[in-house]
Write a protein that binds this ligand. Structure first.
Ligand code: MET
Ligand SMILES: [Zn+2]
Length: 723
């Protein structure tokens, strides 16, 4: 496609940060007896082989503000690094070279690797990850030397932390790291490109990045960081470094405005000369779906929407067109530029994106709509009477195993090979099974199992107006799991109820409370491709109004407990602290707008997982949900301590077991977790639940682990009763 710098080592079996940990031998001691893929996947997912191995997985977190998960490797003062023999970056470079392709191997840079890693809970207090910097950098030098010897001309070190607020110590460490690296690889031919993305470089960090010794080029994200462009150019001009300009959005699906992109590149060329300018996507195309071909080929293809979009393959041609336009003049790619202008204008002016009624409703939102009728303690009293739950109530997070047969039923229905009533019959059968299963296990607050949902965001996306969906717009989320984010192109509204019938049916089968399950506005926003012609705040609040209507309808249908999942609330947090408050304000308001339409007796739950929630504790408290279930089995004690420090005022269910593993957590382990919670939270506010939904699990392990969970709750209940 005319791309000059082709990356390698950009495919991962689980995630890139875990790959780097293995490349540099940062293996926590509990995995020491394992090797190869067993080792790799045990770190990611845990491994249980009766009689031989029983190790839990490492924690899981989100890569900056994306929905791409990574494994933060725990480090201690005793951690040592050593470059793996025949490491993946070298192997894959050689593999491409053998095919006649000269690649630019990619790996996360040493500073970002350390900053993304976690200080292990076993580390002595006062341990700083940065104390490991030199020993790590020496292994980077060894890797780069091997790549140089193998014939690599460039290496790309991703240092996205350069867009964050760095402490003086971290800034100094950046300089030390790259000074040491340069001193070790100084004589080599290989050149180093340091890549930043997801934000612009503010002035100190821009100076820092362009002053890093031994670095030949710096990549900047001009989609998120356009406002830092002039500054970057001025700083680059004082150096002899090249600049890689990310002018095509790697995080969204909209076509780039090519004439704008050409203008930016031309401006850089005028200042730096063409030799020192590289044209690129803003970040890795890992965050984009693959190609529009499958969309175009689909029956009932939405040709208008397809014309607005570019997936990874199309983004490559955008990069190529921009480069050509700058090198050979706009005339050389006139046709492509004209077509692009037409598509870009068509999206911004299409009548499909505007819905005056939705805009009017948003303007009419009042403060009363974002406040519950009474404060928590009053609600608690009403709910206690209505729900009559035992202490340490048990529940699950919503989804039950999505088996192959279930997925087949949904696929057949979509294809039209089974009809509506047959589909409903099959799903009702599934719901009945799930309800019986939970009753047999003696769970207190039940769920219907989410069998009708392909995905917690996609399902709602398909039902909302103003939201489009793709055939094959898959994006990796974690490991081999992918999601197909909806495309929010216009004003969002809810034409009709989305979950009420299924939930009502499930409730009709049991006398226990059936929890209605919804995905919250921030999660729908963060896990979709979002229009860029209005602030995200407006889009979030439009979605919130749609969710609010669903909440009210569920209540009217007799549902007493409603969970609004917000696993992505932390993900939307801007990377720069200076922008946090503004986001948190509209994020909290959006959740409240969605959840506050109900009476005191209706118990509102929310659920969150796999993020650093310590950063946003105040906002989480402001959500004022009656019960919050939150992933914690994978995250050591950090999270519980954060809740302790803030004295979480409502009810809380920190997960007692990890759901990303086939491993059946033993009861003793769950008991320890609950004991830990009790030292941080009021005992009569604790719920017992898993970390997250069970859709990726099989039935057998689900049954075994939930038995342990219910038994654990019962033992605590009995102890409380006799105390
Ligand atoms: C990523 S959070 C998942 C919540 C959802 N209700 C489920 O159980 O799958
Ligand atoms: Zn979750």
């Amino acid at each position: 496609m005319g791309i000059d710098h082709i990356p390698s080592n950009d495919f991962s079996l689980y995630d890139h940060i875990l790959d780097a940990a293995v490349t540099f031998g940062a293996i926590p001691p509990r995995y020491a007896s394992l090797q190869g893929l067993d080792l790799y996947f045990a770190m990611a997912r845990g491994l249980q082989r009766p009689g031989s191995v029983d190790v839990a997985s490492l924690p899981m977190s989100k890569y900056f503000d994306t929905n791409y998960h990574y494994v933060p490797v725990p480090l201690t003062p005793a951690t040592t690094f050593s470059l793996a023999a025949n490491s993946k970056p070298v192997q894959e470079f050689l593999e491409a070279k053998a095919l006649g392709i000269q690649t630019r191997p990619y790996i996360v840079g040493p500073m970002s690797f350390l900053l993304l890693a976690r200080a292990s809970k076993d580390a002595t207090s006062g341990f700083s990850k940065l104390s490991l910097l030199y020993s790590l950098v020496d292994q980077y030098a060894a890797l780069i030397s091997e790549l140089d010897a193998a014939g690599a001309e460039w290496i790309q070190l991703d240092e996205p932390h350069l867009v964050m607020d760095l402490s003086a110590q971290e800034q100094a460490a950046y300089t030390e790291a790259y000074t040491r690296l340069a001193s070790k690889i100084g004589g080599k031919r290989i050149k180093v490109l340091v890549a930043t993305y997801f934000e612009g470089l503010e002035s100190q960090n821009a100076e820092l990045a362009f002053a890093l010794p031994g670095v030949h080029a710096v990549h900047v994200d001009l989609v998120r960081g356009l406002d830092s462009f002039e500054r970057v150019l001025a700083i680059a001009q004082k150096t002899d470094k090249s600049v890689s300009l990310g002018v095509v959005d790697g995080r969204n699906v909209w076509k780039a405005d090519l004439s704008h992109a050409v203008g930016l590149v031309q401006q850089a060329v005028e200042v730096l000369g063409a030799k020192r300018v590289i044209v690129a996507s803003s970040c890795s195309l890992l965050h984009s779906p693959h190609s529009l071909d499958a969309e175009k080929a689909a029956t009932n293809a939405d040709l208008e929407m397809i014309d607005w979009m570019s997936f990874a393959v199309e983004k490559l041609s955008e990069v190529a067109v921009v480069t050509k336009a700058v090198n050979f003049g706009s005339q050389s790619v006139k046709e492509a530029l004209d077509a692009n202008k037409k598509s870009v204008t068509s999206r911004l002016t299409s009548t499909r994106i505007h819905n005056p009624a939705v805009q009017e409703r948003l303007r009419a939102v009042t403060p009363a709509m974002t406040t519950r009728k009474s404060e928590y303690l009053t609600r608690r009293a009403v709910q206690t009477k209505l729900l009559n739950l035992p202490k340490y109530p048990t529940t699950t997070i919503g989804s039950f195993p999505q088996t192959a047969s279930l997925r087949r039923i949904r696929a057949q229905f979509k294809k039209g090979s089974i009809k509506q009533d047959e589909y409903e019959r099959l799903l009702k059968e599934e719901i009945a099974t799930v309800v019986k299963f939970q009753e047999k296990l003696d769970i207190d607050v039940l769920v219907h199992g989410e069998a009708e949902r392909n995905d917690m965001v996609e399902y709602f996306g398909e039902m909302l107006s103003g939201v489009g969906f793709t055939k094959n717009g898959w994006v990796q989320s974690y490991g081999s799991r992918c999601v197909k984010p909806p495309v929010i192109y216009g004003d969002v509204s809810r034409p009709s109820a989305m979950t009420v019938a299924w939930t009502k049916y499930a409730q009709s089968l049991t006398s226990r409370p059936m929890k209605g399950m919804l995905t919250g506005p921030l999660t729908i926003l963060c896990w979709s491709f979002v229009r860029d012609d209005q602030p995200r705040e407006y889009t979030a609040k439009q979605i919130a109004l749609a969710v609010r209507d669903e909440v009210v309808d569920l209540e009217a249908a007799g549902i007493k407990v409603i969970q609004i999942d917000e696993p992505a609330i932390r993900e939307g947090l801007p990377l720069r602290r200076g922008k946090w408050n503004a986001y948190l304000k509209w994020a909290v308001d959006s959740f409240l707008l969605a959840s506050c339409g109900v009476q005191d007796g209706t118990q509102i739950h929310s659920h969150m997982c796999y993020s650093d929630f310590e950063d946003i504790m105040d906002a989480i408290i402001q959500l004022d949900c009656d019960v919050l279930s939150i992933e914690s089995a994978k995250s050591d004690l950090k999270l519980l301590q954060a809740f302790q420090e803030r004295a979480y005022p409502n009810e809380l269910g920190p997960g007692v077991f990890d759901i990303h593993t086939q491993r059946v957590a033993p009861q003793a382990e769950m008991k320890t977790r609950v004991d830990q919670m009790k030292s941080c939270l009021a005992w009569d506010r604790i719920w017992i639940n898993p970390d997250c939904g069970l859709k990726t699990r099989g039935w057998e392990e689900t049954e075994a682990v939930l038995k342990n969970m219910v038994q654990t709750a019962k033992e605590f209940r009995a102890a409380a009763a006799s105390a």
